[in-house]
Design a binder for this molecule. Structure first.
Ligand SMILES: [Zn+2]
Length: 77
């Protein structure tokens, strides 16, 4: 019979590995968010709704179709 209670010890290496995983995850999430934003711009242009809300100042601006799709108004570019 075993009387000892096993307490899982968190090794320093595990903490470092977990931090690295978290950094990698947030980087992936940032990329996905950017791709998602680009998809929104593309969809808005496709729907001929050329009014886009600036992702920096929140001001709505009109984007022309020959312009490169952007989420930032001319003032923030
Ligand atoms: Zn702006």
């Amino acid at each position: 019979m075993k009387n000892e209670i096993e307490i899982p010890l968190i090794k320093a290496e595990d903490v470092v590995a977990a931090n690295m995983r978290r950094d990698k995850y947030s980087l992936t999430r940032d990329v996905q968010a950017r791709e998602f934003n680009e998809a929104i711009v593309t969809r808005l242009l496709a729907e001929s709704s050329k009014k886009i809300k600036c992702d920096k100042c929140g001001k709505e601006f009109i984007i022309s179709l020959d312009e490169k799709p952007s989420l930032s108004c001319p003032d923030c570019r």
